[in-house]
Write a protein that binds this ligand. Structure first.
Ligand SMILES: *Cc1c(COP(=O)(O)O)cnc(C)c1O
Length: 420
């Protein structure tokens, strides 16, 4: 796994620990815990983590040959099935790792933020599994938009704290969780949801997610006798991307594609402070957000812009500092796919392979559709999550468009009812 120094907070010029003084003791305590338990396996922490990932999470997830897509693209396409992990997405790898770490650190309370609710539900599951009290901060707007995930968190026994400041979305929820942590560090661990935030979170979350590429690399060698030419993963904050890339980074012949949300357009409305996309790696500029220096969607005054994507999980104005660094180093290729192409890819994977992907995941397949002649003879695509959570959005967004591939939903006009 990582050969990194737990005490080096930077990835080139990115990363760091831009936090208020009150948070520094917590950050330092966490850095020590990361070094001891994660990097040195003190008290057998990593052994227990792996055992729980297997028994509770269902690891290893398969690397599956995609028959139809391989024929369609005349390329061997392999799917890393993180959608089959307990909870239906890669997020459990990180949530379970951090909640377990909190236990080893002697903490008695878990807090986390969530946007669309996916990280909140993963954390609530992990907290229930490990018998830890858990509170999730979530913007009011998001609570209204994501009711099923709010139910899941409550049903697993977590509190959900509504955040009313600002637009009531992810950015405000993160700030609010950091405020809680600053006054409760003694007994509380903050489970951050992606490879973002102050050091050591980006490295630690990457290491928990790196199990994806550790398995995928071995599975690819076993199935094909060698390494793939390319690896594709969608990027929001970047945790599934970093997890999918980690064990391939030193394989310089393997091309790594981070697929971001192109939204409705790459054009930015400076007046309104809105970027109709979340293509941070391709279009962002350097700045500081949530404790780290990284690439951000910001206006010329340095104000963070509102981002957009049809997939809530990619809709974030920042990105992990290590991913930003790997892009600057030309090791990771940043690309993007717009809402229309992602929706089309959602329907294609569902029809051709019998896998309904998360809308986030669909972006990676949208890229494959448009650029399959550039990715070589063997490609691994990470299926970061399943799409059950997105059905309502997909029906609504599909009905606004004229997609040849979309199924005919007029059955509801005949039998009454309608929608989902
Ligand atoms: C949350 C989520 C993402 C984006 O988050 P990353 O930190 O970039 O991995 C991607 N896919 C799915 C299914 C998600 O739930």
């Amino acid at each position: 796994m990582s050969t990194d120094d737990a005490y080096d907070p930077k990835f080139g010029e990115y990363g760091g620990q831009y936090v208020p003084e009150a948070l520094m003791p917590a950050i330092e305590e966490l850095t020590d815990a990361y070094q001891r338990y994660v990097l040195e396996n003190e008290d057998g922490f990593m052994d227990e983590f792996r055992e729980r990932l297997a028994d509770f999470g269902g690891r290893p997830t398969p690397l599956q040959y995609a028959d139809q897509l391989s024929t369609r693209y005349d390329t061997d396409v392999y799917l890393k099935r993180e959608d089959l992990l307990h909870g239906g997405a890669h997020k459990l790898n990180n949530a379970l790792g951090q909640v377990l770490l909190a236990k080893y650190m002697g903490k008695e309370r878990i807090i986390a933020e969530t946007g669309a609710g996916q990280h909140g539900t993963a954390t609530a599951m992990a907290a229930a599994h490990l018998d830890m009290p858990c509170e999730i901060y979530m913007g009011e707007t998001d609570i209204a938009r994501q009711r099923p995930n709010v139910f899941r968190m409550r049903i697993n026994g977590s509190e959900v704290n509504p955040v009313t400041v600002g637009r009531g979305t992810l950015k405000e929820a993160i700030s609010e969780t950091m405020r809680d942590w600053a006054t409760t560090v003694e007994n509380t661990h903050y489970v951050i949801g992606s490879v973002v935030g102050p050091h050591p979170f980006p490295k630690m979350v990457r290491d928990f997610q790196a199990v994806i590429s550790e398995e995928a690399r071995e599975q690819a060698i076993e199935k094909t006798g060698g390494l793939p030419d390319s690896v594709l993963a969608c990027a929001g904050g970047g945790s599934n991307t970093m997890g999918t890339f980690a064990h391939f980074v030193d394989d310089s012949d393997v091309d790594l594609y981070a697929v971001e949300a192109g939204g409705s357009s790459l054009r930015v409305d400076e007046e309104e402070g809105v970027a109709p996309n979340s293509a941070t790696l391709s279009t962002g500029d350097e700045g500081v957000l949530h404790g780290a220096r990284t690439k951000l969607l910001q206006d010329s005054d340095g104000q963070i812009m509102e981002s957009h994507s049809v997939s809530a999980g990619l809709d974030y104005a920042g990105v992990g500092p290590e991913l930003a660094h790997l892009v600057d180093e030309d090791r990771v290729i940043p690309v993007n796919v717009d809402d229309d192409a992602a929706l089309e890819a959602f329907h294609r994977l569902s029809q051709d392979e019998g896998i309904i992907p998360a809308l986030e995941t669909a972006h990676a397949f949208g890229y494959l559709e448009e650029h399959h002649d550039e990715v070589g003879d063997t490609v691994v695509v990470n299926v970061s999550g399943r799409g059950d959570k997105d059905l309502e959005t997909v029906i609504e967004e599909t009905s606004k468009r004229d997609l040849d591939i979309a199924p005919d939903m007029s059955i509801f006009e005949r039998v009454g009812g309608g929608g989902l």
